[in-house]
Design a protein around this ligand. Sequence first.
Ligand SMILES: NC(=O)c1ccc[n+]([C@@H]2O[C@H](COP(=O)([O-])OP(=O)(O)OC[C@H]3O[C@@H](n4cnc5c(N)ncnc54)[C@H](O)[C@@H]3O)[C@@H](O)[C@H]2O)c1
Ligand SMILES: O=P(O)(O)OC[C@H](O)CO
Length: 332
Amino acid sequence: MSVAVLGSGSWGTAFAMVMADAGQDVTLWARREEVAATINDTRRNADYLPDTELPDNLRATSDVGEALDSAEIVVLAVPSQSLRDNLGDWGGHIPQESAVVSLMKGIELGTSKRMSEVITDAGDIDPARVVVVSGPNLAKEIAARQPAASVVASTSPRMRARVAEACATPYFRPYLGGDVVGTEIAGATKNVIALACGMASGMGMGDNTLASLITRGLAETARLGTGLGADPQTFLGLAGVGDLMATCASPLSRNRTFGYSLGQGKTLEETIAATKQVAEGVKSCKSILELARSVDVDVPIVENVEAVVYEGRSTREVVTALMSRARKLESN
Ligand SMILES: NC(=O)c1ccc[n+]([C@@H]2O[C@H](COP(=O)([O-])OP(=O)(O)OC[C@H]3O[C@@H](n4cnc5c(N)ncnc54)[C@H](O)[C@@H]3O)[C@@H](O)[C@H]2O)c1
Ligand SMILES: O=P(O)(O)OC[C@H](O)CO
């Protein structure tokens, strides 16, 4: 199958490698011409995955028209907040019958839309063509071809089957799903919970604190998702608890690392300056909070992370705020 992957950062490159390993004919689009040329010449993406040799059936280009020409699957792997503008430039080139895959884990600022909604809006794509891939998939581990699983979710059984078939390898196992809303809410919200876990670790807190944050983070993610019509079962699966565990525990996570820096007392500006790759939760904490308020769902961890990032509250203050909330039933 002919596949275009638009975005040659960590996950775009790693997922392009997965699809090439699965036997597809993959074109990876890079913004900068020199990045595309280096990938073609050296078989490596030196900025993002320098240790990974890329297969020969993966080639790079900085010409989006060339990448999209006759693609049967179009994979989008850009920062969530730039997707709308990118689709404004690319929309006309996306082939009519293609499946359009979102790898992104964020919620748009200003609109609080999920990435699949941005794709249908800004790309003028039928929702049935949109497929979301999400799970515990730290790019570096996938690029090292370590076994992992993921959810391939779409309302269209035909589209999700096409994408799952095209990315199945001995080290990458796709599971099929129909809950696009839950899969996307789980993927975006776990980044914010990982920021909170990073903050706690950076402040010197241990495993009890992390387990409490992960568990209560899962509770508020599920509450938000089901408030938006998701299947509660999704949050117990790979896109839910699976990704939450990987991201909150791993030093490879950019969101966790960002939170860790804040927890250690670095300022927001210092932390942003030291962060070379996208940590989606930093922006999405605001849009997720707005989304939760729009359906009247309580998301205290998200709310407190937003207070640190957008309102300048200290990590110490939010620990006190979270620990002194009114008593409640765990199941509520
Ligand atoms: N890295 C992972 O382990 C991983 C795993 C699963 C999902 N994701 C999600 O995938 C998405 C992409 O993440 P990533 O890890 O590839 O990020 P990254 O920071 O490694 O790469 C982002 C890429 O987007 C490009 N880019 C930046 N601004 C752009 C713009 N305005 N227009 C077009 N391209 C732009 C960059 O040049 C880079 O190639 C995110 O939503 C992330 O949450 C990442
Ligand atoms: O590095 P992060 O924090 O963006 O997380 C990467 C992936 O989403 C893990 O599944």
